[in-house]
Design a protein around this ligand. Structure first.
Ligand SMILES: [Zn+2]
Length: 290
């Protein structure tokens, strides 16, 4: 059984193309399991292929990240650490992703959400750009609901809009039994405690990674982590990015222990308690049974 589960890794990215199997084997030998997360069709497919190579311990999430949707409005910087094909997707092909989700290794839809970091300068285009992202998100929430899968949310400079979209959906579904509502995690959470509460109220989990070691204006990670109930905390690395100190350079799932240590310290709990609880949370949300 796993000691830890990295709920947001990208071993499906280019950064690992020369030694991905070695890294996976090292993780599994250390009882660190993982979910590799897709950002567009190619990386989603890669995540599924990778998961299928291993009998246990490696899972996949599939989805179209908002910055990979070709909105035709903003030129998004290419990321060489992702897979080699850099073309953005012109539209979200629901059926293609639905087909990919047939693999039993797919445990979530993600990463999907809103990213307003890169945006057009004019107000009119800005609104159009946001609307395109919202439409894309809505389609993927429909897919998650149809497949009864949890969602891994990416959200950058857009927490208020994401809350609004999720709230509206819940209100429409007021009479839907709890177990049919969208479940999920806001990955790489870097908002205020006030924003955190709004996601927690709706039943979502928060995902913490190496970003919690950084100083970000107006964000008090200690306050957010201290106040978030332990049964809503998920841990992740977002590797190859965000290596937590003392590590540096290309990140990998084995650094998850530093996130556990930091969360344990802030919450004044033992390392074992945090490791056990967060692993349990991941197994529950993503229905990982073996
Ligand atoms: Zn990611």
């Amino acid at each position: 059984m796993p000691k830890l589960i990295d709920t947001h890794a990208h071993l499906n990215f280019n950064a690992f193309k020369n030694d991905v199997d070695k890294v996976v084997r090292q993780c599994l030998a250390n009882d660190v399991w993982m979910i590799n997360v897709g950002t567009k069709y190619e990386t989603s497919q890669k995540a599924v292929e990778l998961a299928q190579k291993y009998e246990k311990g490696v899972f996949a999430a599939i989805g179209l990240h908002p910055i990979h949707l070709d909105t035709g409005l903003v030129k998004i910087k290419n990321d060489t650490e992702e897979v080699e094909v850099h073309a953005a997707e012109e539209f979200f092909d629901y059926q293609k992703y639905e087909e990919l989700a047939k693999s039993p290794k797919v445990v979530a839809i993600g990463e999907v959400g809103l990213d307003y970091y890169w945006r057009p300068k004019t107000t009119k285009k800005k609104e159009l750009f946001k609307q395109k992202q919202k439409d894309l998100l809505t389609k993927q929430l429909d897919l998650a609901k149809e497949l009864n899968l949890p969602v891994i949310f990416h959200c950058r400079m857009a927490y208020n809009d994401l809350v609004e979209i999720l709230r509206k959906r819940r209100n429409i579904n007021k009479y839907t039994p709890d177990e049919l509502l969208i479940k999920g995690v806001v990955h790489c959470f870097a908002g205020s405690w006030q924003q955190a509460q709004r996601f927690l109220e709706m039943g979502f989990c928060l995902g913490f990674n190496g970003i919690i070691f950084k100083k970000i204006k107006d964000i008090d990670f200690e306050e957010v982590i201290r106040n978030t109930p332990l049964d809503r905390v998920l841990l992740e690395t977002d590797c190859p990015y965000l290596a937590p100190p003392p590590t540096e350079g290309r990140n990998d799932p084995l650094t998850l222990k530093y996130i556990v240590e930091r969360v344990a310290k802030i919450k004044n709990l033992s390392y074992e308690k945090v490791a056990e609880a967060t692993t349990e949370n991941a197994k529950k949300l993503f229905s990982i049974s073996i």
